[in-house]
Design a protein around this ligand. Structure first.
Ligand code: FAD
Length: 390
């Protein structure tokens, strides 16, 4: 439980202890340990209660890895992606992207949500002893008394599409994602597959469990995803095999199936007076391009930079409402291009690659071929996905 008086001298309050809120807190304290900062976290204090939580595989870009490395928050269990193969079921057109073409050690990395979450909690704990004015409050979901008298409030409450208590701009793609871990006969190490089906993308991503265990993200209509979640393992594997084909040999097992609703919900204005929204609290995206958390981490990093600068360099004037509003205004401007591009590309891919219309199907086959034969275009797109737009 919290009391309002607990926050009376607080400069920054972050609401939400998911990956983005934790990362923002850690970067703030790393840059300015003296900051008076409060984190409101609905997750349990004890890490062991999170061990069985969200195990879905998340693709993090090399840019996100570099950012997380700065606070020692890179999870020990991860798998690098060296190549990505994109194709569509039953149609022409394919593109292959490799790390060599881009001159990078990896195109990205697959980590489990809960491992990022736990690594960030550890990173924040490591910074705690040197941060005398930091408080980390654990509340229960039923506790609605979140105090709001901090000088600056950062919303990092996250959430999934349809489960957020706000709806602004966006699109309902009428899709859900079914995720799980599949075992196959014969996969290529460090290789990711993205195959577009008539109902949505089906991704098979490498994992740290070994080359034949892959993270599956299968997007289809909510009804079909629900059905696929409910059928027996044997029936499921048969359907997956039929949809993906035989490139990986036999699909042998499936475990930990989970369903997620998908869609686009984003705020046009991410700053209002002394309040700012970051991560999924600012934008929930379709996972087709694996960009949601990557974008959220860039939000967190740049906001931490802005706030730590304000409170460390101008200790007296920073307390004024005006100075805070100005800093947040600068932050919002600095995020405009990256947000717009990332939301735009993701929305475009989610729509184009799920349309069953014949002209669109033909056009996307041509687009994949074009991407394959025009390396500069491919490199530009890949760089945007890896580092965002600055
Ligand atoms: C199927 C699927 C696959 C995905 N794959 C990728 C991928 O490959 N790459 C990628 O970059 N992104 C991916 N994403 C997106 C990614 O999961 C999100 O962008 C990311 O989780 C956002 O982090 P967040 O901290 O903003 O929000 P969340 O992860 O939702 O965390 C928010 C936290 O705040 C807490 N909270 C909520 N309300 C309050 C409150 N009032 N007070 C205190 N705490 C509160 C919640 O309990 C939660 O712990 C995927 C998403 C889905 C659904």
């Amino acid at each position: 439980m919290m009391t309002a008086s607990a926050t009376s001298s607080i400069d920054v309050q972050i609401i939400g202890g998911g990956p983005v809120g934790l990362a923002c807190a850690a970067w703030c304290l790393q840059k300015f340990p003296e900051l008076s900062l409060q984190l409101i976290d609905r997750n349990p204090l004890n890490d062991s209660e999170l061990i069985a939580s969200d195990t879905r595989g998340i693709a993090l870009s090399h840019g996100s890895k570099l950012l997380l490395d700065t606070i020692n928050a890179w999870p020990s269990d991860s798998c690098a992606i060296h190549s990505v193969h994109v194709s569509q079921v039953g149609q022409f057109g394919r593109a292959l992207m490799t790390r060599e073409e881009l001159g990078q050690a990896a195109l990205g990395h697959i980590v489990r949500y809960r491992d990022i979450h736990l690594a960030l909690r550890q990173a924040l704990r490591a910074l705690q002893p040197k941060a005398p004015h930091f408080s980390w409050l654990h509340t229960s979901p039923s506790d609605l008394s979140t105090p709001s008298n901090a000088r600056c409030m950062v919303h990092a409450e996250g959430g999934l599409f349809t489960q957020q208590d706000w709806v602004e701009s966006g699109r309902d793609y009428r899709q859900s994602a079914l995720v799980g871990l599949v075992e196959v006969d014969n996969a290529l190490a460090h290789h990711a597959w993205e195959r577009f089906t008539s109902e949505g993308p089906l991704a098979l991503l490498p994992s740290h469990y070994g080359k034949n265990t892959l993270n599956m993200v299968w997007c289809s209509s909510p009804e079909n995803a629900e059905r696929l979640n409910g059928i027996s393992d044997a029936d499921f594997l048969r359907e997956l095999q039929a949809m993906f084909g035989s490139r990986l040999g036999q699909f042998k097992s499936i475990r930990d199936r989970r369903l997620y609703p998908l869609g686009l919900n984003y705020r046009k204005e991410i700053v209002q007076s002394n309040e700012v929204w970051i991560g999924n609290a600012a934008q929930a995206l379709h996972p087709v391009a694996g960009q949601g958390l990557n974008l959220g981490l860039r939000d967190a990093y740049l906001l931490a930079e802005q706030l730590s600068d304000l409170f460390s360099k101008h200790p007296h004037s920073s307390k004024s409402r005006n100075a805070i509003e100005q800093a947040l205004h600068h932050y919002a401007l600095s995020r405009q291009a990256d947000r717009k591009t990332t939301i735009g590309i993701t929305d475009f891919l989610a729509r184009v690659f799920t349309s069953p219309l014949a002209p669109v199907v033909a056009a996307r086959g041509a687009a994949l071929s074009l991407l394959q034969w025009l390396p500069p275009l491919k490199t530009r797109l890949a760089r945007q996905m890896m580092f965002g737009r600055r």
